[in-house]
Write a protein that binds this ligand. Structure first.
Ligand code: PGA
Length: 247
């Protein structure tokens, strides 16, 4: 099973989100080969959940609060997203790390909140252009993985999605060459295996790539046996483009 996660970000209002979800339901085939997971704006989740009915498409939050409940004006908790129909949540997307100054402490708390609420976290990690230039990619990924996961209790029992999204590739048109994915996979696998076990990595962890994925580029990523899926931003706003990615 391969995964396609459609991150709609803050691009569509409620009505537009619902319309696009209807189109996905009609035209994008998931089924046995592909699991489609849509991450719409929070406000659209309940309606989209209702619309999807028995469709195999699943829903993700784009973010959850670092705290479980209480006086946190403007926040929405993981449990509230679960109630609204989400089964997953993105955590630590680079747009949140960089534009909203989300810290590694907050990201670690959000991972825990997801598990408490029964959401599977999709932890986003990735190096900046500077880190890549200075050969700091591996160090950045190890740091981000360890700081996000070290406090999780009984991680060994928990499903975990890791989305490798190099910051320089998100929404820029610059994309990783698929051959560059192998060393990334080895770092992620080694780091998580050393925190839990090889067996855990093999059974519970899914690795995704994200960053300027297009129809033309997707095929070579789908061909990587160790890669479980793609996290798609811009192109996921068009059903035709999603279909091209899934071909
Ligand atoms: P992009 O975004 O596909 O538009 O580069 C990916 C993401 O931010 O998840």
């Amino acid at each position: 099973m391969k995964y396609l996660i459609a991150n709609w970000k803050m691009n569509l209002n409620r009505e537009q989100s619902l319309d696009l979800a209807k189109e996905y339901k009609k035209k994008v085939k998931g089924g046995k080969e592909y699991q489609i997971i849509i991450a719409p704006i929070a406000l659209a989740l309940p309606e989209i959940k209702k619309e999807l009915g028995r469709s195999s498409i699943k829903l993700s939050a784009q973010n959850v609060a670092a705290e479980a409940v209480g006086s946190f004006t403007g926040e929405i908790s993981a449990a509230m997203f679960k109630e609204a129909g989400a089964e997953y949540s993105l955590v630590g997307h680079s747009e949140r790390r960089h534009f909203i100054n989300e810290t590694s402490e907050m990201i670690a708390k959000k991972i825990t909140r997801c598990y408490e609420a029964g959401l599977t976290p999709i932890l986003c990690i990735g190096e900046t252009a500077d880190e890549k230039e200075n050969n700091q990619t591996e160090a950045a990924l190890v740091r981000q993985l360890q700081s996000a996961l070290f406090k999780v209790e009984n991680l060994v029992d928990k499903e975990l999605f890791i989305a490798y999204e190099p910051v320089w590739a998100i929404g820029t048109g610059a994309c990783l060459v698929p051959a560059e994915m192998a060393p990334i996979y080895r770092v992620v696998k080694r780091t998580i295996s050393s925190m839990v076990s090889d067996k855990y990595y093999g059974e519970k962890v899914k690795l995704l790539y994200g960053g300027s994925v297009t129809g033309e580029r997707a095929a070579s990523f789908w061909g990587l046996a160790y890669l479980d899926g793609l996290l798609v931003g811009g192109q996921s706003l068009s059903v035709e483009k999603v279909k091209a990615i899934l071909m």
